[in-house]
Design a protein around this ligand. Structure first.
Ligand code: GUN
Ligand code: ZN
Length: 427
C-alpha cells in the first residue's frame, strides 16, 4: 500500500545559504511536500504532486508554514529541571545549580524521567534533533538514547567527562572516562538514528591526562562527533590559562590533546583570539552559538556576522539549561538581538537557516536532516503564523511571508508549533 502523504501549505526550504546572497533568494516556497517511507519524496506544485502520487493521502494546512524541524546543536538535557536559575556567572552557576542537579542522574529512574520530559518539551517546541551533553553517569546516556530511540528521533549525546574541579560524585578518571565512553559508543553509535559524541565537558574540569584519553578515543573513532565548551566567559579563559600554562590559548588545550577537528563542536566560542579563529576555520570545526545562554549567564556577544563572513561553520543552540528557553524560536530572537547590539542584525531567512541547515551542518547531518529536500528524513514542523492575538494582528498586515515569519520568531513560542513530525509521522 502507498503510504505517501501530501502536506499542503507554505513549504519552506533552502537551496542555498542566505549568508551568501540576498537572504530570501536562498529560500524557496512550494505548495506541497510529499512524504513517503519516512522521507521527503518530492516538493512542488500540488497538481504535480497529486498526479505523481494519485493514491496519496492529502492533508491541507492552509497558509501554515511547513519546514524542517529545528536542530539544536548544544544542549544539556540533564539541566531541564533547573533551567532559569537566577543570578550567577558561569563558575558559580555550575557549582550552585548545575552540579547538584547533575548529581541526581546517578539514579537511572530520575535520568529516564528527565529524558522523557526533555524530549516532550522540545518536540512541543518544534525541535526534532539535538546534540546533548549527558552527565558523568553512563546511565544518563542510556536513558536519553533509550527514550530517543523509542520516539524514532535522530539525536546525538555523550557521557560528560570531568576528573577535576567538580564535586565528589561527579568526577571520573582518565581511564574510566575512556572506558565508559568507549562502551557507550560501541552500544549506541549508529544504532537506529543515534550518534555518539565524545564529550569532555571543558578544559577546567579535565586534567591534561583526561583530555589526552578523550583525544585517543576520538582518533580511534573519527566518525564520532566531539563536543565541548570554548571561551564562554572572560574569567573562564583566565582560569584555563592558569590550569594550562603551556597552552597558547584556550583552543590549544584541545588542539594539543587531539581534540581539534572537523567533527568537533565548540560551544559558545565568544572571546576567540585570531589564532583560534584561524585554526577553527582551517580544520572546519563548528562554533555553536547559544544566544539565550550568553545573555542569561552574562557571557558576551557572539560575532555571528564576522564569523560567517570568515567562512566558519556555525550552529545555533539553546544550551538548555544555561540557556533560558527550550524554544529555537526564542533562540533565533536572541541571536537577532545580539546581532543588533553588534550592529549586524540577521534576516529571518538567516535565522531560520541557522536553526535548521546551519545546525545540521555543524553536526555533519545536512545530507539527512535540517532541510526539506528529496531523500531527507521527514522531520518537520507546521508553523502557525497567527498563534497568539499579538502575533496574528502583526501577521495580518505583513507585506510578505518574511515579515510574518519574523514576528513569529520574535514573539512566538510552543503555541506557534502546530505540529511536529518525526521520521514521517506526526507525534
Ligand atoms: N561550561 C562548562 N559546562 C557548562 C554548562 O553546563 N553550561 C554552560 N553554559 N557552560 C558550561
Ligand atoms: Zn553547554
Amino acid at each position: 500500500m502507498d503510504d505517501t502523504t501530501i502536506l499542503k501549505g507554505q513549504v519552506l526550504s533552502f537551496d542555498g545559504s542566505p549568508f551568501d546572497a540576498p537572504p530570501t533568494e536562498a529560500a524557496r516556497i512550494d505548495q506541497a511536500v510529499a512524504i513517503s517511507g519516512g522521507r521527503i519524496a518530492a516538493l512542488g506544485a500540488t497538481d504535480a504532486l497529486t498526479r505523481a502520487y494519485p493514491q496519496a493521502r492529502i492533508e491541507d494546512r492552509g497558509d501554515r508554514v511547513i519546514m524542517a524541524g529545528f536542530v539544536d546543536a548544544h544542549v544539556h538535557f540533564p539541566q531541564t529541571a533547573m533551567i532559569a536559575s537566577w543570578g550567577k556567572r558561569l563558575i558559580d552557576w555550575l557549582n550552585t545549580y548545575t552540579f547538584p542537579e547533575e548529581m541526581r542522574f546517578a539514579d537511572a529512574d530520575y535520568a529516564a524521567e528527565i529524558a522523557a520530559r526533555y524530549l516532550d518539551l522540545t518536540a512541543a517546541h518544534g525541535t526534532t534533533t539535538m546534540c546533548s551533553f549527558a552527565t558523568i553517569h553512563p546511565q544518563s546516556v542510556d536513558a536519553f538514547f533509550t527514550e530517543a530511540q523509542r520516539r524514532g528521533q535522530r539525536v546525538v549525546a555523550g557521557k560528560t567527562c570531568m576528573d577535576r574541579n567538580a564535586p565528589e560524585g561527579l568526577r571520573d578518571t582518565p581511564q574510566s572516562a575512556y572506558d565508559d565512553s568507549k562502551a557507550l559508543l560501541a552500544r549506541w553509535h549508529g544504532v537506529d538514528r543515534i550518534g555518539y559524541a565524545i564529550t569532555p565537558r571543558f578544559s577546567p574540569t579535565s586534567t591534561p591526562e583526561q583530555l589526552e584519553a578523550m583525544g585517543a578515543l576520538w582518533a580511534e573513532h573519527p566518525d564520532c562527533l566531539m563536543q565541548t565548551h570554548l571561551s564562554e566567559q572572560v574569567d573562564e579563559i583566565a582560569w584555563v590559562k592558569s590550569l594550562y600554562p603551556e597552552a597558547r590559548d584556550y583552543l590549544d588545550t584541545y588542539e594539543a590533546h587531539g581534540l581539534l577537528g572537523a567533527r568537533g563542536l565548540y560551544g559558545h566560542a565568544i572571546h576567540l583570539e585570531p589564532r583560534e579563529q584561524d585554526r577553527l576555520r582551517e580544520v572546519g570545526g563548528a562554533l555553536v552559538h547559544c544566544p539565550t545562554s550568553n545573555t542569561f549567564i552574562g557571557s558576551g556577544l557572539f560575532d555571528m556576522a564576522g564569523l560567517m563572513a570568515q567562512g566558519q561553520t556555525v550552529g545555533l543552540a539553546t544550551d538548555t539549561g544555561g540557556g533560558s528557553s527550550f524554544s529555537m524560536l526564542r533562540t533565533m530572537a536572541a541571536a537577532y538581538e545580539i546581532g543588533q547590539l553588534r550592529g549586524t542584525p540577521l534576516h529571518a531567512a538567516q535565522l531560520l537557516w541557522l536553526a535548521t541547515v546551519g545546525s545540521a551542518r555543524a553536526l555533519h547531518m545536512d545530507g539527512r536532516i535540517g532541510n526539506l529536500q528529496v531523500g531527507h528524513e521527514a522531520d518537520l514542523i507546521v508553523l502557525d503564523l497567527a498563534s497568539t492575538p499579538a502575533i496574528a494582528q502583526r501577521t495580518a498586515q505583513a507585506k510578505d511571508i518574511w515579515e510574518s515569519l519574523f514576528a513569529t520568531i520574535m514573539m512566538g513560542d510552543d503555541r506557534a508549533i502546530a505540529e511536529t513530525w518525526i521520521a514521517g509521522a506526526s507525534r
